[in-house]
Design a protein around this ligand. Structure first.
Ligand SMILES: C[S@@+](CC[C@H](N)C(=O)[O-])C[C@H]1O[C@@H](n2cnc3c(N)ncnc32)[C@H](O)[C@@H]1O
Length: 240
């Protein structure tokens, strides 16, 4: 399978973003995000590094932007409950189809599912100790990215953290995802957008250098495995 990965495929569209997308396929895609994220997004590492240390200091407010099916919020909620730590978690998505589906999966974990744009939360004066996103940045236009970074930074409480996690575009990531999902295309992944949209996502994603080049001052880009990147802003003691 050949794809031009030299530059971001900014005009490529993900099928799940189509307002007319088949609802059954869309919901199966939300359901399967849990498996994809367990393999590539390492939510346990996010919990241990960024969430647990802050939660040990007192109740934390966590916002997941572009939460999709909400599985990362539910993983964090389960870890926090297991460690008897207190948190208020909001799974935010601009797509009502995502928040409606995600809310029905909560199972008593107490995550809040909300359909809104981050700008609305900024206007409402909300503040969060930890603002996260996963696989969101590559969905945004260049202007949308800048707005997202400005708004998520505004939502950070004193000593707050903003961490946007995404795929890093590259040949290896594309080849591994194509090969790794191929055996499941006709069974586990059938009737979902996971394989098609996953490949499109990698084509739309940034490289570490590209993201560093467009990130405003104060943000840092970290490269992770497998083919991951993180755009991070943390308030320092001086409050900047
Ligand atoms: C690929 S999904 C990722 C879902 C989830 N974070 C995960 O990792 O499984 C991207 C999600 O971002 C949402 N989204 C896209 N642009 C958004 C925006 N500007 N504000 C909030 N959500 C947005 C989409 O509706 C979609 O549910």
């Amino acid at each position: 399978m050949h794809a031009d990965l030299a530059a971001r495929a900014v005009d490529a569209r993900e099928l799940m973003d189509d307002p007319g997308a088949d609802r059954g396929m869309l919901e199966r895609t939300y359901r399967l995000f849990r498996i994809v994220n367990a393999v590539v997004s390492r939510p346990g590492a996010v919990y241990r590094r960024d969430v647990r240390p802050r939660a040990r200091a007192g109740q934390v407010r966590i916002l997941d932007v572009g939460a999709g099916g909400g599985d990362l919020c539910r993983v964090l909620a389960r870890h926090l409950a297991r460690d008897r730590l207190d948190a208020d978690i909001t799974a935010l998505d601009a797509d009502e189809r995502a928040t409606a589906w995600a809310a029905a999966q909560d199972g008593g974990l107490g995550v809040t599912y909300r359909c809104a744009l981050v700008a609305e939360l900024v206007r409402a004066g909300e503040a969060f100790d930890i603002v996260l996103s996963n696989h969101l940045l590559h969905h945004l236009s260049p202007a949308g990215l800048q707005e997202m970074l400005a708004d998520t930074r505004r939502l950070a409480a004193p000593r707050g953290l903003v961490a946007h996690h995404d795929i890093a575009r590259g040949r290896t990531a594309y080849a591994l995802f194509a090969a790794g999902t191929w055996p499941f295309a006709a069974n586990l992944l059938a009737g979902s957008f996971i394989r098609d949209d996953g490949l499109t996502s990698i084509r739309r994603s940034y490289t570490t250098d590209e993201l560093a080049a467009v990130a405003p001052p104060g943000w840092t880009v970290r490269r992770g495995v497998p083919a991951r990147l993180e755009l991070r802003w943390e308030q320092d003691d001086a409050g900047s």
